[in-house]
Design a protein around this ligand. Structure first.
Ligand code: NAP
Ligand code: GLV
Length: 309
């Protein structure tokens, strides 16, 4: 079996070494234009040329991340199955990132930090009620469910929203467009986004949705930049309806130096690093799935092309 490998903007030596150890029978090499035809591809953000050259004869592509939006923007051969990473060490990272952003805002740790550094000021603040900070997680998949369950452990009221109905202990679950989404937003003050980017979810955080959140709303976007209409967030902060945001993903990455988010006092940014694919877990997962797929077995994480995730 021949496998071609491509990981945009990342050193590949350790990935190749670990994949070769996990799949000793396979001939695994890094893709380059004109590379020999492979049976499988393991990729993160490959160029169109990889698909043009290899796609017609590949048996499947394994994506090195959870989100497949970058792949589905390419011209995709109709027959070609795509398998994404389920968790791969990212769920715990998402849970800690979102908990940190939520608690930093709720406990005003950002305010205390500036009191110390800017003003050298000793000024305790009134304790707030968790019941006034209901958290709403959009997307209750592999990552969103873990985040919702974790936040519920801190005794915040937690809402979740997905396409299909769910039951999760400690989480009030809403589903579907229209009324389900409206009710979810009305019940939420801290909005966490863990949706996949699809035609249905692009621009979903906009003036209309933000204004349906409870006053003093807070936004934590850890999914994709194109979910958020950036000007609408800035306008809702200026209006006072939204108190601030923690953003890990942006419409343009890296975030351009002149972008308003860099210096905005109510916006905290990180460089798309809330959760990274962990090599050890992901190599083991891909090797297991690839062998199962090759034997004709069903594998978890097979992307439904009609839904886009
Ligand atoms: P997942 O397991 O596929 O879960 C997606 C969830 O979104 C599901 O609950 C799904 O509902 C829901 N959903 C999809 N379309 C919807 C719609 N139109 N309306 C309502 N709910 C909808 O995905 P995941 O593994 O949790 O990952 C989520 C996303 O996180 C990825 O796609 C990626 O973009 C992002 N991500 C970001 C980072 C980072 O570093 N910032 C790292 C990893 C992943 P159903 O359950 O009903 O299908
Ligand atoms: C990272 O953003 C991923 O989708 O895995």
């Amino acid at each position: 079996m021949r496998i071609t490998f491509h990981f945009k903007n990342s050193p590949t030596d350790l990935w190749l070494k670990d994949l070769r150890a996990a799949l000793p029978e396979a001939d695994i090499s890094e893709w380059h234009p004109g590379a020999e035809q492979a049976d499988y591809a393991i990729v993160w953000q490959p160029p169109q040329q990889l698909l043009d050259e290899q796609g017609a004869q590949l048996k499947a592509i394994f994506n090195l991340g959870a989100g497949v939006d970058a792949l589905l923007k390419l011209q995709w051969p109709n027959h070609l199955p795509l398998v994404r990473i389920d968790d791969g060490g990212m769920a715990v990272q998402m849970a800690e990132y979102v908990s940190h952003a939520l608690i930093r805002h709720f406990r005003e740790l950002d305010v205390y930090e500036s009191q110390q550094r800017v003003a050298g000021e000793w000024k305790p603040h009134r304790t707030k009620l968790r019941s006034d900070f209901p958290v709403g997680v959009m997307g209750l998949g592999v990552l969103g469910e873990r985040v919702a369950r974790t936040v519920a452990q801190f005794d915040f009221p937690v809402n979740g929203w997905s396409r299909s109905p769910k039951q999760i202990d400690g989480v009030q679950c809403f589903h579907g467009e229209a009324q389900g989404f409206k009710n979810f937003l009305a019940a939420t003050r801290v909005l966490v986004n863990l949706l996949p980017l699809t035609p249905d979810t692009a621009n979903i955080i906009n003036s209309e949705t933000l204004s349906q959140l409870q006053p003093g709303a807070y936004v934590i976007n850890v999914a994709r930049g194109a979910h958020l209409v950036e000007e609408d967030l800035l306008a809702q902060i200026a209006r006072g309806h939204v108190a601030g945001a923690t953003l890990d993903v942006f419409r343009t990455e890296p975030l351009p130096p002149e972008h308003a988010f860099w210096k905005h006092p109510k916006i905290t940014i990180t460089p798309h690093s809330s959760a990274n694919t962990m090599r050890e877990e992901s190599v083991a997962q891909i090797a297991r799935k690839l062998m199962a797929f090759d034997q004709g077995e069903k594998v978890a994480g097979l992307v439904d092309m009609s839904r886009g995730y």
